[in-house]
Design a protein around this ligand. Sequence first.
Ligand SMILES: NC(=O)c1ccc[n+]([C@@H]2O[C@H](COP(=O)([O-])OP(=O)(O)OC[C@H]3O[C@@H](n4cnc5c(N)ncnc54)[C@H](OP(=O)(O)O)[C@@H]3O)[C@@H](O)[C@H]2O)c1
Length: 214
Amino acid sequence: MNIAIIGTGRMGKGLIKTFYQYYPQKVSFSGRKKEQTQSVVQELQLDLAAKSIEEALQADVIIPTLWFTDLLPWAEKYRDLLKGKIVLDIVNPFNDNFDDFTTPYGTSAAEELQKAIPESTVVGAFKNTYWVVFDKPILQGIKSDVYVTSDNEFVRKQIIDLLRPLPFRVLDAGLLKNNRTIERMTLLSGELARKAGSHPRISYNLWGLEHEGL
Ligand SMILES: NC(=O)c1ccc[n+]([C@@H]2O[C@H](COP(=O)([O-])OP(=O)(O)OC[C@H]3O[C@@H](n4cnc5c(N)ncnc54)[C@H](OP(=O)(O)O)[C@@H]3O)[C@@H](O)[C@H]2O)c1
């Protein structure tokens, strides 16, 4: 599958660096300004040509790395081009102070995105992966967990297979509604890391799942 990473911010950079290592021929990178995207490509020393958003949306798997307030308007704008695509959602719906969420407890960013683009298949992943973790996802031999969710089981498994070569522990985390918990786990890990002085280098590895391979 071809993968398009949209947005040249912290998560966009972390994801493109990681996917480029494992899928150099399959991945593309784009932002709102092609020239600025190309300068980020050069900064990261990747052998890629920046694509426009419209070109990028030809891919099979689209990864928008936007803030939640920008995500839904963006998805609505490109709804037609996103039809039939897998949209991999990494977003946590933070408030301006980053100490709570703007979504109520009964939903999640992933579910709201799925509602906005019902003809696309939303898959949640990397919600708990702080941007610096992409540079070194294994700490003292322990991999960082990536919880993969989707209401479409076939697509969820396709994405798990796609992510499997990456240096993370990739887990089938069930339906999109589990993002009500998974997204809030990022709030908790952020608070714990700040107290411990290790923010933002923090991630989960759920103890007791050794069969998934550490
Ligand atoms: N930071 C983390 O550690 C982390 C961890 C897990 C999940 N997330 C989630 O990842 C998302 C991005 O976080 P980040 O830290 O990478 O943020 P960031 O560095 O600020 O990057 C956000 C990107 O969104 C794009 N953007 C901004 N306004 C836009 C608009 N109106 N329309 C379209 N695109 C717009 C920009 O890309 P261009 O200028 O290139 O177009 C920008 O680079 C957030 O939703 C966050 O919850 C972050």
